[in-house]
Design a protein around this ligand. Sequence first.
Ligand SMILES: Nc1nc(=O)c2c([nH]1)NC[C@@H]1CN(c3ccc(C(=O)N[C@@H](CCC(=O)O)C(=O)O)cc3)C=[N+]21
Length: 279
Amino acid sequence: MAQLIDGKLISQQIKDELKEEVAQFKAEGIDICLAVIQVGSDPASSVYVRNKKKACAYIGVESRSYELPEETSEEELIKLVEELNADESVNGILVQLPVPDHIDEDKIIRTISPNKDVDGFHPVSVGRLWIGEKGFLSCTPAGIIQLLKRSNISIEGKECVIIGRSNIVGKPMAALLLRENGTVTVAHSRTKDLKEVAKRADILIVAIGKERFITSEYIKEGAVVIDVGMHRDEANHLCGDVDFADVEPHSSAITPVPGGVGPMTIAMLMNNCVETVRK
Ligand SMILES: Nc1nc(=O)c2c([nH]1)NC[C@@H]1CN(c3ccc(C(=O)N[C@@H](CCC(=O)O)C(=O)O)cc3)C=[N+]21
């Protein structure tokens, strides 16, 4: 039987630890505030934003919401971000992605002050990550490292294969696994013999965005499998990039969807909010 890696439980433990830390900061007169900006009203985005605000309330961080209409111009959004950069009562700024097509996402990410970049998406944060300097870590990959560590799965010396090379997951995941002394391969849509490459993995991280794409044919017996995907299937059930029922019997440990990586993303966002005030 594979070990089920319970992201819901582990994220709860992390939030409880953060809640205590936030209370200590409060006692010293230090409050933390996260500004959350959503442009438009995509229902999936609204769910995530609501979950982020709930997590803020739980650990004792103030969340300030900015719900802007779909037609908001790039200039208006940049102006708001600049105001929040200058506002000393705001510690972190999160612009929910994706933004509408008429707004340049990269330009918005670069406008957020690197000191308030709780998503870890700013080029300064990305650079710090790759050279091993302290900085904000991208939440999903940082959450995956916590899942592994808190499940007593060692990374050092292991063959780690990441499928997917996005700026939000694949690339920062590679940097973090490398930092933990893993041997890292980043595979992607143009990788030849993907099954063979995936089968090398002791730890397989799947972030390809294709519903139940990874079957047991991609798995070395006893591998650890981390599923970053999130889809709604025909039956309206949440599922991941991994065919869980097929893969689980061949893995030694595996994350479910929901209840795996997703809740960890939010816990690590909360960690980054607290990081803004740590000495
Ligand atoms: N600036 C920005 N930062 C983000 O971190 C960001 C973003 N934009 N845009 C969208 C993605 C997606 N994302 C998720 C967060 C939590 C769950 C999560 O909690 N999932 C639950 C299920 C939630 C449900 O029921 O739908 C689970 O997997 O158990 C999923 C996805 C953050 N993102």
